[in-house]
Design a protein around this ligand. Structure first.
Ligand SMILES: NC(=O)c1ccc[n+]([C@@H]2O[C@H](COP(=O)([O-])OP(=O)(O)OC[C@H]3O[C@@H](n4cnc5c(N)ncnc54)[C@H](OP(=O)(O)O)[C@@H]3O)[C@@H](O)[C@H]2O)c1
Length: 277
């Protein structure tokens, strides 16, 4: 398929996801609270929610740039995901039927990449997010439970927690602080009793962000690792939202028509090379 066909297919899928979601979306069912909504993935999700007529609140730090949400009709709740008080206030600001976490551990006010987003991360898959995901999920899940949220969608990572056992090719990054942290966050959400969907993804592209291909898929097979675009992840997010068939499931997202041209993760710096025996 050429680039133009891919683009048109992506637009058609985006429209279909938005239209399908909008049809099942009476306005009085409660709003959607999005963490990480100012980011590259989160902003794609927010755009589709707004297009579907959803009432959207984006939780954001005071220092966050809002360029990717320019012109969109959303409300903002200001705070820090690591601060229980501000997260509690966000949950109490209105009735939320759903929460979507598309956050990634970034330094506040980090440098902006070419597409206007933070590029400097505290913990990539090979790094150490220093408990960010576990600590922030403990706060979000507690308030989601307290306020009766019906659906919590977490954007997680393939290889998180025990999942790395299914990928012997990535054994060199076993023990990565970020992947352990993300596994613990998943467990907190699963144990919280809040209906959840976890969407684990493999690699997403560096800037500039490509359009959706419309060919990304969700699978319950936990040994699938693939590349995909954030725009396609947003479409899959709306496919999950309010969808009883997707509740209390862990999915791996991938797109066999999309490939990122950069090497796969390797060992953290300082890790001894494996013996050749
Ligand atoms: N990049 C990859 O290759 C990759 C691979 C697998 C999975 N993922 C996952 O995909 C998801 C999104 O990644 P992305 O690269 O699209 O993210 P991104 O563009 O870096 O956005 C991160 C978002 O999280 C927010 N955030 C971070 N710390 C916060 C805090 N303490 N309080 C409030 N907001 C905070 C940021 O706000 P600010 O504007 O204030 O920074 C921003 O909105 C994450 O779950 C990530 O782990 C990424």
């Amino acid at each position: 398929m050429n680039r133009r066909s891919l683009l048109l297919s992506g637009i058609a899928s985006t429209w279909a996801a938005t239209a399908a979601h909008a049809q099942t979306q009476p306005n009085n069912r409660g709003a959607v609270l999005v963490f990480g909504g100012t980011g590259k993935l989160g902003s794609e999700v927010v755009k589709l929610l707004v297009a579907a007529g959803d009432d959207v609140t984006v939780f954001t730090r005071q220092s966050s740039g809002r360029e990717l949400l320019a012109g969109l009709k959303v409300e903002y709740a200001i705070g820090d995901m690591a601060d229980d008080k501000s997260v509690a206030a966000a949950f109490d600001s209105k009735k939320f039927r759903a929460v979507i976490d598309a956050s990634a551990n970034r330094e506040p006010g980090a440098e902006r990449g070419p597409a206007g987003r933070a590029e400097r991360r505290r913990g990539g898959p090979e790094g150490d997010s220093k408990g960010f995901y576990e600590a922030t999920m403990a706060i979000m899940a507690a308030h989601a439970k307290r306020t009766g949220v019906n659906h919590f969608i977490l954007h997680g990572s393939v290889l998180a927690g025990d999942n790395i056992e299914l990928f012997p090719q990535f054994a060199l990054i076993k023990g990565s602080g970020t992947l352990i942290d993300k596994g613990r966050a998943e467990k907190i959400l699963i144990d919280s009793d809040v209906p959840y969907t976890i969407i684990r993804h493999g690699r997403v592209p560096s800037d500039p962000q490509p359009p959706a291909t419309g060919h990304a898929r969700l699978t319950l097979s936990q040994d699938v690792f693939g590349d995909l675009t954030r725009a396609d992840l947003a479409i899959l997010t709306l496919d999950c939202l309010d969808n009883p068939a997707r509740i209390n499931k862990i999915y791996h997202a991938w797109d066999d028509t999309f490939k990122i041209d950069r090497p796969l993760p390797t060992a953290p710096r300082g890790t001894p090379a494996p013996s050749k025996e």
